[in-house]
Structures are given as C-alpha cells and as structure tokens.
Write a protein that binds this ligand. Structure first.
Ligand code: AP5
Ligand code: MG
Length: 216
C-alpha cells in the first residue's frame, strides 16, 4: 500500500498521474481541486465559498481545506487502499497540519513527488485542457484528444474547459504556486521523502518514474 503526495504547478499533470495511479494500482486520489469542484456543482455552502477563491486562482482558506482532508484521511477505505494527495498541502501551514493529521491517524507518507516543468510547458497544457463533466477524466486538445470531439471516451459525457483555466486566473495560480506552494518542496526534502521528477516528458514515462522503487 502506497501513500503519496503529488506537488507541482497548475497544469503539470498531477490529476493525470492520479488517474493512472488509481486505474492501474487502485491508489485512491484525494484531490482538493476535484472535491471543491464537486461541491461547487452540488451548490453546497462549501462550494459557494470555494468558488469565490477558485475562479480568481486564489487559495481557499486553510481552515475548511484542512478539515476536508482530515475527514477523508480518517476513512477506513482510504487507509486500506493507500492514497495520492493531489493539490494538498499547498502551503507550509497545510503541510504542518497534515503532519498532525497523519500522527493522529497513525499514518505516514512514503514519498512526496515534485513534478517539475517550465511555465511555458504548463501554460500549453492548461490552455488545451478539457475535462469530463461526469467522470472527471482529463483530456487535451492536442496532447490527449478524445476519440470524438468534446465527448468523454469513458462515459460519453460532455467535455468542458475549467472556469479557472482563463489567462488571468492561470497567471494568479502560477504566482501563488511560486509564493506559497514551492516552499513545501524544501519541507519534504528536509524530511528525506522528496523525489523530483522531470514532468515535461510523456505521461507514461513520468508515471514509470513515480512508481520506481515503491512497493505496490
Ligand atoms: P487544482 O484543481 O488542484 O488545480 P491546479 O493545482 O492548478 O492543477 P491543475 O488541476 O490545473 O493541473 P494538474 O497538475 O492536475 O494537471 P492535469 O493532469 O490536469 O486546484 C484548483 C483550485 O482549487 C486552486 O487554484 C485553489 O483555488 C483551490 N485549491 C485546491 N487545492 C487547494 C488547497 N490545498 N488549498 C487551498 N485551495 C486549494 O494536466 C493538465 C493538462 O496537461 C491536461 O490537458 C493533460 O491532458 C495534459 N497533460 C498532463 N500530463 C501530460 C504530459 N506528461 N504530457 C503532455 N500533456 C500532459
Ligand atoms: Mg488537477
């Protein structure tokens, strides 16, 4: 059983790698972005709050975000399957809170993966991305086109561009990554669980490197 953290700028491929970890090895993704977007679609209070931040590319406040993750890490099925945290933690306060949640639940992270790519690459990936409105599968107009225009290969539902994949929100997300999230790379390096991966390569090559040395 494997417990991972996926760190990386917007568009680097965290969600794509999470999909592979789940479909090939049953490792459950815990993606804060995916959970927030589901709350927005369901028009919950949390969704309404999160939308005010997400649409502008800003971080949702730590309090609600940390509680949301703590709840999931307590679930017996997550403890059993292992997990890949995608998009959490995203600042030092969240990383410290995660350490406490892990201790409380007698869990430990095997590896923190830093997926690395230049801004030019991630902007190209973000500007062509489309996602399935039903199952969440991730596509790209040129890098990973669906078989039929704007329809999901898995469930035939409509593909849409995310509301925060607009130039202004993308700029803000990249800025926030550098300012708030990049420092957590050093945090996990100091704990000797960090692995840096060149994420500019093909998704399968990146995936193979994520798995290298892990006991599945
Ligand atoms: P979140 O949903 O996590 O967005 P993000 O971090 O900006 O990352 P993305 O989902 O945009 O990119 P990705 O790395 O998953 O790339 P993907 O695999 O899709 O968060 C959204 C918002 O929620 C945040 O801005 C914030 O407001 C809020 N939030 C989330 N977590 C929070 C937290 N902890 N605290 C507070 N607020 C939080 O790939 C991108 C594209 O590239 C796709 O089209 C894909 O097909 C393509 N692609 C992927 N890999 C490759 C490859 N190797 N080669 C070619 N193309 C590829
Ligand atoms: Mg994602």
């Amino acid at each position: 059983m494997v417990r991972l953290i996926l760190i990386g700028p917007p568009g680097v491929g965290k969600g794509t790698q999470s999909e592979l970890l789940e479909s090939r090895h049953g490792i459950k993704p815990i993606s804060t972005g995916v959970i927030f977007r589901a709350e927005i679609d369901a028009q919950t209070d949390l969704g309404r709050l999160a939308k005010r931040y997400i649409d502008h590319g800003r971080l949702v406040p730590n309090g609600v975000t940390i509680e949301m993750i703590a709840k999931r890490l307590r679930l017996p099925e997550i403890r059993k399957s292992g997990f890949a945290l995608d998009g959490f933690p995203r600042n030092i306060d969240q990383a410290e809170a995660l350490d406490e949640i892990l201790i409380e639940n007698d869990l430990a992270i095997d590896r923190a993966i830093s997926l690395e790519a230049d801004t030019e690459v991630v902007v190209q990936r973000l500007t062509g991305r489309m996602g399935c409105t039903k199952c969440g599968a991730i596509y790209h107009r040129t890098n990973k086109p669906p078989q039929r225009d704007d329809l999901c290969d898995n469930c035939n539902s409509v593909l849409l561009v995310r509301s925060d994949d607009q130039p202004e929100a993308i700029r803000e997300r990249l800025r926030i990554f550098e300012e708030n999230t990049a420092p957590i790379i050093g945090y996990y390096e100091r704990k000797s669980i960090l692995k840096r991966i060149d994420a500019t390569r093909d998704a399968e090559e990146v995936f193979a490197e994520i798995l290298e040395g892990l006991t599945l």
